[in-house]
Design a protein around this ligand. Sequence first.
Ligand SMILES: [Zn+2]
Length: 354
Amino acid sequence: MTPPRWTELMEEVLIGIKNSALTLILESEDLKALEEVKLQFLGRSGRLTIAIKNIAKLPIQKRPEVGQLANEVKKTIEETITEQELKLKNLESNKRKEQIDITAPGIKPRIGHLHPMTQVLYDVVDVFKGIGFQPCDGPEIETDYYNFEVLNIPKNHPARDTQQTLYLDTRNTKITPGEIILRTQTSAMQGRVMEKANPPLRVIVPGKNFRYEQVDASHGFEFWQVEGFFVDTHVRLTDLFGTIDYVLKKLMGEKTKLKFATTNFPFVEPGVDTYMECSVCKRKGCSFCKQSGWSEIMPAGMIHPNVLKAVGYDPNKFSGFAFAIGLSRLVTLRYQMDDLRLLTNPDLRILEQF
Ligand SMILES: [Zn+2]
């Protein structure tokens, strides 16, 4: 027989457990501490768990009484834990709210900017729009007719040798070999536009061209041009000079130094070459300008009467000028880059400088 004393002892133990549990629960300052207290009393080897197991050792008639007390103690402890848990959670979320400083400056997202080519292209289009030129777009895959023939460059013309042409593979088609090419010049759009519209015409055609060229600091197999042409009655060579001078000074600054030289292209008569002072070396001579101090930027001239005839204009009634700005060259000159290849380099350390 278990002495009666044990029952009273068990009751004392249970009351003691309750008191120390409640004290510790109410004293716990965060959820982690509270969880530890919970384990200490209600865990598998917690003080209350063990005490409850010991009830089985009491005389059978005493067990219900002590068992009921144990249940009450357990319930009180559990309820107090739940209340304390809620209190601590509220406290923590209030603390978090206080930490958000709505007056602090935000984190700026990293965004890119327009490529230097696009920046200059937009500027060029803007300047020309200001003097009445209308931008238009054309195909990069072009026919031999628009790229050469209509521009007074018939087959076997020696001028074709200077424009190393990339031909499309047409072997499995009905197209005559050599008729479809990657355009070598945006001038290919002259015929397309003039066939469809009557003078007066003021048009610019920005676009990419392709030539089979050895790539170096000032040449690429892919390059941008802005073709432009103006056809009306009484268009003179001085109109061409005035336009080039106005546009380049607008784009490159009023101090821009230009020089014109005569040249020969089949689609113009007379032909004019425009040179700009090399902005890389300021006429001292460098690899970019091939030590000449000048950079060729814009072949131009008065549209050849044969071109006007080919599109159905009367050369005795109409005249016009045409030019092609080397856009890639313009970009490198504006930003004093000594190598055209930098423009197609995707390295952000280069692009971020513009
Ligand atoms: Zn130079």
